[in-house]
Design a protein around this ligand. Structure first.
Ligand code: C2E
Ligand code: MG
Ligand code: MG
Ligand code: MG
Length: 284
């Protein structure tokens, strides 16, 4: 028996464990070929101004068309990409694709559009990360201020000094930096205060807890923290008008969530957010 222990439960696996392991191994094998087979794509989810709903930009989210009928969301395979060390290669592809798309949209649709790209801790630690970004910005002609890199709190945990130095360089280039899933990673507040960053992305967990008094207070505290540190905030996972109204009452910021739009294929994104009136026109 193998015991897997987490905070609230202990589970025992026997035969199902090997099945699970087999499944992961198979998935990993498939993942290794996904990039060369062109099975990855990026979906885009709008980021808007909380107060008036204006489109500010979008977050690029990785999708894997595993089979004809199976489109996997990032949450289901990005951790595996990270474990396998494939995230650096895939992440470079993501950065380039997202910047190409953003440059096109800025030129054709929305001159101030900002593209947010998720960066894995392994990418951040990679020696050539800055070089990669420089190359992509040069090739795509995207202005640095149109790019926002999202780093999770946990990425700052392991090598905070190195992370700090890298982020400082990134910001000197004029690129924006956001802390993703903020509030879930137990980062040290004193360290956070010294991090060269622009925004906190408040994890969707807090929006879900807004219906309880305690959750409201926590969310309010994070908004106040962002204000104290002179950072912008982006509230993630906003699904209802009620949540939007509550956040709006807490402070000025941006928001992202199903209420404002689902992650969409670029053509659909353009249709929904740049040409809301058109329904049959193909953009891109
Ligand atoms: P994230 O960066 O926090 O992205 C937000 C996730 O929440 C996305 O899931 C999105 O589909 C989902 N979401 C957005 N609005 C709502 C909402 O209103 N309600 C709910 N319940 N969910 C919402 P997704 O696409 O599965 O991505 C999961 C995570 O995978 C991302 O979390 C990010 O950490 C990572 N990820 C995604 N794309 C990439 C990538 O290109 N590179 C790297 N390194 N990580 C990525
Ligand atoms: Mg993100
Ligand atoms: Mg997030
Ligand atoms: Mg998240």
């Amino acid at each position: 028996y193998v015991a897997k222990q987490s905070a609230d439960h202990i589970m025992f696996y026997d035969t199902s464990m090997s099945e699970e392991a087999e499944h992961r191994l198979k998935l990993l094998g498939d993942l290794r070929h996904a990039l060369s087979l062109g099975q990855f794509s990026l979906y885009y989810q709008p980021i808007v101004n909380l107060s008036d709903g204006t489109l500010l930009g979008a977050e690029a989210l990785l999708r894997w068309q595993k089979t004809r009928h199976e489109l996997l969301e990032a949450v289901d395979f990005v951790p595996l990409l990270e474990e396998a060390g494939l995230i650096v290669t895939v992440g470079n592809w993501v950065l380039e694709q997202a910047c190409i798309q953003a440059a096109r949209w800025r030129e054709q649709q929305s001159p101030d559009f900002v593209i947010s790209v998720n960066v894995s801790p392994l990418q951040l630690e990679h020696l050539d990360f800055i070089g990669q970004i420089e190359k992509v910005l040069l090739n795509t002609k995207l202005p640095p201020a149109a790019l926002m890199l999202e780093i999770t709190e946990s990425a700052l945990l392991h090598h905070p000094q190195q992370a700090r130095a890298t982020l400082a360089k990134i910001r000197q280039m004029g690129i924006k930096v956001a802390i993703d899933d903020f509030g879930t990673g137990f980062s040290s507040l004193s360290r956070l205060g010294n991090m060269p960053i622009d925004s906190l992305k408040i994890d969707g967990e807090f929006a879900r807890e807004l219906y309880h008094r305690r959750g409201q207070q926590l969310c309010q505290a994070i908004v106040q923290l962002s204000q104290a540190l002179e950072l912008h905030f982006v509230a993630e996972g906003i699904e209802t008008n009620k949540q939007k109204e509550m956040l709006l009452a807490m402070g000025e910021g941006s928001a992202q969530g199903f209420l404002f739009g689902y992650p969409l294929h670029p053509n659909e994104f353009a249709m929904a957010h740049f040409h809301p009136a058109a329904s049959t026109q193909i953009c891109n």
